[in-house]
Design a protein around this ligand. Structure first.
Ligand code: NAI
Length: 336
């Protein structure tokens, strides 16, 4: 067995956290030969339920779980962590504007970025799940000046999985036969689920589906609003599927994704004309060296370009509304 890797999880007593920690402990994420140490981070109020989660982890008698700790202290919780899964976030309260939600969470993620910068393992990988995930990743990264922005990923894997499942259902094939589905942009209702390059059984999906109307009027809005559809049916937001997507995202980063294109929101380097420095979901591949690389030079048609710009604009607005929390922003000349 390989010596333990420390995985820090914030919001570990929440809905997603509860489902997530069990699966990390079972070895599904880092592999069946990898010992895992879990560092669970919660708020003061979350500490009591977290004790219950810890008891259940103990009762799971997971052979690969070498240690579990719980703390409200970020430095302690992130200390030497190889992976940080940032799930805990302030939920949108009654009467709260979107900008209030952005600011409340930006403060949390600024503190977490600082603590990661000071204490996490040098090559730590950070997956941001808590919403607004893309902008939270930007804030955390900007507050971690000694870390590469590429070490921060905001999760859009759940959106991609939702999109793949819908295509599989429509085509009447198993989900494993569908690949190269892309989520562009923000993890929000402006995201663009794109089937332009998707394949079903290795063939161009659009030529099999032969239904552009379904793609535009059914598929795209349904993926964009899938979160709300689940809340309406279940009475609470998606949790097990979100945990599953987080497991998939880190597993593929750690162990490689073969040739499959995985959607991840990573820092924009200007590819596809997207504004540099925002966390924008793109298709990526990982060859098992713990880096997601964006799939480059895909042709983009007019419809896609319009959809991609729309979600980009939302991310720019989000960035601008938390700008006051980004270090050193006042120092930059406005004319840049
Ligand atoms: P939840 O409310 O059940 O759990 C959140 C937990 O985080 C609570 O236990 C709370 O005490 C804790 N928490 C809050 N602030 C914290 C902080 N500063 N430090 C540490 N812990 C903190 O929420 P749930 O359902 O687990 O969702 C968590 C987040 O994930 C939400 O922001 C949700 O919108 C987001 N989400 C993201 C998805 C994605 O695809 N990126 C999909 C589904 C949810």
């Amino acid at each position: 067995l390989l010596p333990p890797l420390k995985v820090a999880v914030t919001g570990a007593a929440g809905q997603i956290g509860y489902a997530l920690v069990m699966r990390i402990a079972s070895g599904e994420m880092l592999g069946k030969d990898q010992l895992v140490e879990l560092s669970l981070i919660e708020t003061e109020a979350g500490m009591s339920p977290l004790r219950g989660v810890m008891m259940e982890l103990e009762d799971g008698a997971f052979p690969l779980l070498s240690k579990v700790t719980a703390t409200t202290d970020l430095q302690e919780g992130f200390g030497d962590a190889s992976f940080a899964m940032l799930v805990g976030a302030t939920p949108r309260g009654k009467g709260m504007e979107r900008s209030d939600l952005l600011s409340a969470n930006a403060k949390i993620f600024a503190d977490q970025g600082k603590a990661l910068n000071e204490t996490a393992a040098v090559n730590a990988k950070v997956l941001v799940v808590g919403n607004p995930a893309n902008t939270n990743a930007l804030v955390a990264s900007e507050n971690a000046p000694d870390m590469w922005p590429e070490q921060f990923i905001a999760m859009t894997r759940l959106d991609q999985s939702r999109a793949k499942a819908l295509v599989a259902e429509k085509a009447g094939v198993p989900v494993k036969d569908v690949d190269r589905v892309i989520i562009w942009g923000n993890h929000s209702a402006t995201q663009y689920p794109d089937l332009s390059h998707a394949r079903i059984g290795g063939k161009w999906a659009k030529s099999i589906l032969k239904d552009d109307k379904w793609i535009k009027e059914d598929f795209i809005p349904r993926v964009q609003k899938r979160g709300a559809e689940i809340i309406n049916a279940k009475g609470s937001s998606s949790a097990a599927s979100a945990a599953s997507a987080a497991i998939d995202a880190i597993r593929d980063l750690h162990q490689g994704s073969d040739e499959e294109w995985l959607s991840n929101a990573i820092v924009s380097d200007g590819s596809y004309g997207v504004t540099k420095g925002i966390w924008y979901s793109v298709p990526t591949v990982c060859n098992g060296d713990s880096h997601y690389r964006r799939v480059q030079r895909l042709p983009i048609d007019e419809f896609s370009a319009k959809m991609m710009t729309r979600t980009e604009m939302e991310l720019i607005e989000e960035r601008d509304s938390v700008r006051h929390l980004l270090p050193g922003h006042e120092a930059k000349p406005v004319s840049w």
